[in-house]
Design a protein around this ligand. Sequence first.
Ligand SMILES: Nc1ncnc2c1ncn2[C@@H]1O[C@H](COP(=O)(O)OP(=O)(O)OP(=O)(O)O)[C@@H](O)[C@H]1O
Ligand SMILES: [Mg+2]
Length: 341
Amino acid sequence: MINFGFRRSKSLAVDLGNTTTMVGDEENVLLCQPSCIVFNASNNSVKAVGSKAYEMFEKTHDDLKPVKPLRGGVIADYYSASRLIHELVHRCCSVSWFGGFDTIVTGVPYHTTEVERRALRDAMDQFTARRHYLIYEPVAAALGLGLDIQSPEGKLVLDIGGGITEIVVISLSGVAAFQSLKVAGDAFDTAIQDHFRRHYNMAIGMKTAEQVKIQVGSVVPDPDDEPAPMLVRGKDLITGIPMIRKIDHREVCEILEKSITSLEHSIVQTLETCPPELAADIYETGLYVTGGGAMLRGLKKRLESRIKLKVHIDKDAMYAVTRGISKVLKEHRKYGSVLFE
Ligand SMILES: Nc1ncnc2c1ncn2[C@@H]1O[C@H](COP(=O)(O)OP(=O)(O)OP(=O)(O)O)[C@@H](O)[C@H]1O
Ligand SMILES: [Mg+2]
């Protein structure tokens, strides 16, 4: 994960994600770390955050308490989320800024309740800022993708994150239609774990499942860049003895089939609920895919063959939301209308 260094301005862009937390300023992404924290169980002090905490996950003992504070794209453990964001902002901002930030803008999924948004606002209130705003993540992602969100032309954006996938149609700086589902990176990893358990009586960790998805994952059986098969290490569920098994991209493609099909259904449903004039625009502009899940091998090929739209995959998929928020900070007069309190 990347730690880009100290920021120079007094405004912050924050994307507190299910899997990854990003902090940026008006110009750059300053920090990108896993949304993980490990506490000492005895006194609840912080043992590790970010990459270090991620390394410890699934390897801890009773004296350590590992927490992933976000679930489904929202805060599930308020205390841990507050500590995590505190530690990460400290890492990339000079202590002198803590007296008072100018503006902090934080991304929030579109499909959230007022209670979930309040938890996020409260967690960010620990940083004294003159102004604190929220922005819907798919809108920020569209800006980060370089789309003209203010024009009346409809734009279809698919953000596949770790805990949540959101599909939105954006026009005139607002959301005209949307679908939100909990089928995202974590669900893909769970499907891989379940497959090993059911077919090979083999237990594998979440981190190994994620590695399988990234290394040999594919959503088409014949991707352009066919990966070499991978050796997966785990534990025999019957004997308890460590074991190893080879898996290739065709097998992962079958495992991910159900999840990808439900994403496709949701894309179609979004188009069904969207006004016909916007749907006509999307026929021309196509589908923009971002979020870490956009990097799934063969996704462009698969979606183009199923939903018959041109598909654009973001090359810097994990950074789109933060890039978009940075743009709003820099050009707040132009994009201020997309912010809310
Ligand atoms: N090359 C890759 N192929 C497939 N998936 C990937 C790849 N790289 C990262 N991912 C997955 O992307 C997900 C993280 O994406 P992202 O950082 O956009 O999520 P997030 O913003 O933290 O989550 P959310 O938006 O749900 O809050 C993880 O599930 C990760 O395993
Ligand atoms: Mg996200």
